[in-house]
Design a protein around this ligand. Structure first.
Ligand SMILES: NC(=O)c1ccc[n+]([C@@H]2O[C@H](COP(=O)([O-])OP(=O)(O)OC[C@H]3O[C@@H](n4cnc5c(N)ncnc54)[C@H](OP(=O)(O)O)[C@@H]3O)[C@@H](O)[C@H]2O)c1
Length: 445
């Protein structure tokens, strides 16, 4: 863009936007922009216009003039009229390549793509800095809940020491349905989530905890001032949670949630983990039900602060995108863009074996005299103490010539390494009919 044309555009306060992708979220953004255009003009004096849209299939109906659509990314990226490009392709490639190309072409980027930020965030942020361009990404975590802006601005005076979040609506919906109805298995709840539109046809990224880890990588990078450490995040999904575990959790006074945890420890150690957690009933995240998301942050000045809202949906996500567009447009038109010091923090990621919490363990056994003794002897050998009278034997139905049962144990705080060693040895006992399964207990918040 020539400087004259840019100046003219700023004086008129018209900001033109290019879209890379126009699926569910892109469609929501176009709809919301139409609905709020007058309101935005009244509040900010800025007229926002979508000028060019990249898609794969030009023939799909999208409610926009056909002339805006293209299958050639360069027509969006090198459009001299636009200052801002909104990336809504999803996934890693070509999203990463087109974001980098846009930044190098002098465009600012707004994205809802947590995957590309989690995996390639450092490269993207450094390219933005080199080109003196901005990357906004409010929509990438918890959709419409303004968590990114809150960490960046509202909590700027705080050293953030921990983040705990329910960051994925699909898994929270499934676990809520399993807790509400004791006849509902994981497979039943997943089917219901798909039928209700809360799970994708392929839900792997959600149920395996990867989507949650992408979002945790984005949040921890921002809160702790470190490059994204997605590869170092310990991840477990919810596919092995049974109705038995849900019921036991309730009996022991807990609720099971898929929780993302980022915690600062002394000497620059940071815990980063995503796994099912048993939360005591009074924990604030237990009130987060169905498809809702929440993030609980501890700042040294503000104390506990919790953000809550819907974590997905085209219009909810468009709300975050549009607020990014308005803020960036205002800054562009008033020449207030400033570069941030991105990575100011230090970090060493704590290996999962060094995690130190309490554990719930389910031992699937063959009901024979002395089983509990055999299990507790091995736990004792590895210094794993059982808290209170939390070991119980529940005989199942007779089948295959033996009585199946389960032993459930709550341990005291223990280094995970010792739990893993003990469980590896217990797995080899002839009285075990399957491998033991453990869930970490998170009392602190
Ligand atoms: N859906 C949500 O509720 C939600 C919430 C928060 C964040 N997000 C994030 O928002 C982003 C977009 O999600 P979405 O649900 O809108 O995805 P989507 O419905 O699959 O839309 C993707 C769009 O990108 C286009 N596209 C994909 N690959 C392309 C390529 N190689 N060349 C050209 N165009 C291509 C598609 O074109 P065609 O239409 O022609 O196929 C489509 O318009 C993702 O990063 C997602 O994680 C989504």
């Amino acid at each position: 863009m020539t400087s004259n044309r840019r100046l003219k555009s700023y004086n008129m306060k018209e900001i033109k936007i290019g879209l890379l992708g126009c699926g569910q979220v892109g469609g929501g953004l176009i709809q919301l922009l139409k609905r709020q255009a007058d309101f935005i003009r009244q509040r900010t004096g800025i007229t926002l216009t979508i000028d060019r849209i990249l898609v794969r299939d030009i023939s799909k109906p999208r409610g926009v003039p056909g002339g805006l659509l293209t299958t050639n990314p360069d027509e969006v990226i090198y459009n001299l009229e636009t200052d801002i490009i909104v990336e809504l392709l999803g996934g890693l490639e070509p999203a990463r390549r087109l974001i980098l190309k846009s930044l190098s072409a002098g465009k600012h980027i707004i994205t809802a793509n947590k995957a590309v930020l989690a995996v390639h965030g450092e490269e993207i942020m450094r390219t933005a800095q080199e080109n003196k361009r901005q990357v906004y990404y409010e929509a990438s975590v918890c959709a419409g809940v303004p968590i990114i802006r809150s960490i960046k601005e509202g909590l700027l005076a705080n050293r953030i020491s921990s983040i705990q979040g329910i960051l994925n609506g699909t898994t929270n919906y499934i676990l809520t349905k399993m807790a509400d109805d004791e006849n509902k298995s994981f497979a039943d709840a997943l089917r219901e989530a798909k039928e209700s539109g809360f799970a994708e046809p392929d839900p792997t990224l959600d149920i395996e905890g990867i989507d949650t880890a992408h979002k945790l990588a984005v949040l921890s990078s921002l809160a702790f001032g470190i490059p994204s450490v997605f590869k170092s995040i310990y991840i477990e999904g919810i596919t092995e949670i049974t109705q038995e575990d849900i019921k036991n959790a309730r009996d022991f006074g807990f609720l099971i949630k898929l929780v993302a945890i980022a915690k600062k420890l002394p000497d620059n150690w940071i815990e980063l983990r995503v796994h099912p957690s048993m939360l005591p009933e009074k924990h604030p995240l237990t009130s987060v039900r169905n498809e809702f998301n929440a993030v609980l942050i501890h700042g040294d000045a503000v104390g506990e602060i919790m953000f809550y809202g819907k974590g997905a949906g085209p219009i909810t996500t468009a709300s975050a995108l549009l607020s990014d567009i308005i803020e960036l447009s205002t800054k562009i038109s008033t020449h207030q863009l400033k570069m941030e010091n991105l990575y100011w923090g230090k970090r060493r990621i704590l290996p999962i074996e060094k995690t130190n919490v309490e554990y719930y363990i389910r031992f699937p056994i063959i009901d024979k005299p002395g089983v509990i003794g055999k299990i507790t002897t091995i736990l004792g050998k590895y210094n794993v103490s059982i808290s209170g009278a939390n070991a119980i034997l529940v005989p199942g139905k007779k089948s295959q010539g033996y009585l199946p049962g389960s032993v459930y144990v709550i341990t005291e705080r223990t280094a995970e390494k010792r739990i893993r060693q003990a469980l590896a040895q217990i797995s080899k006992l002839p009285v075990m009919r399957d491998k033991p399964f453990m869930i970490r207990i998170e009392r602190e918040y």
